[in-house]
Design a protein around this ligand. Structure first.
Ligand code: OFO
Length: 169
């Protein structure tokens, strides 16, 4: 079983990960509208990753014989002024998710649930990777500024990203 407060925090995190999926779906739609197919591909991979993050937590709550309570998913933003502005939002969002994971671990520590702390370690490492990936994209976007030729080339590069299902354990 999971302690009640920890169960609630896990359910909140499931919601946050599904929100991430929804937010990135909205961003994929933006890239479809402006026809940056490589950026759209990058978002499509991200959507699948977020789904896997949510399902990893979902399965873990069940494994601990606790209750999954799905919550309403908030409406994401649907428009951006530029690709740069959009990725600034992604970076802020990933930093927020990192802080949510850290909070979740603090609760697991508070209720002395070692198993949950160990399980969540995977998410801690994943967030380092998430933030780093986005930060690198952001740096490139700042470098190329509003140069459409460069943006087009960068778009081609992001078209090569492929999804690999993570092993969350
Ligand atoms: Fe689930 O890591 Fe992004 O949000």
């Amino acid at each position: 079983m999971l302690n009640e407060k920890l169960e609630q925090a896990f359910n909140d995190q499931i919601n946050a990960e599904f929100y991430s999926e929804y937010l990135y779906l909205s961003m994929a739609a933006y890239f479809e509208r402006i026809n940056l197919q490589g950026f759209k591909n990058w978002m499509n991979v991200q959507i699948q990753e977020e789904h896997a993050h949510a399902m990893g937590l979902f399965n873990y709550v069940h494994e601990r014989n606790a209750k999954v309570t799905l919550q309403q998913i908030a409406q994401p933003k649907n428009d951006w002024e530029s690709t740069l502005e959009l990725f600034e939002d992604v970076y802020k969002h990933e930093q927020y998710i990192t802080s949510k994971i850290n909070e979740l671990i603090s609760i697991a520590e508070e209720v002395n649930d070692r198993a949950a702390v160990i399980f969540l370690d995977w998410y801690v490492k994943e967030q380092v990777e998430e933030e780093s990936n986005v930060s690198n994209i952001l740096k490139t976007l700042k470098l190329i500024c509003n140069d459409n030729n460069c943006l087009y080339m960068f778009d081609k590069e992001l078209a090569s990203r492929v999804y690999t299902a993570p092993e969350i354990n």
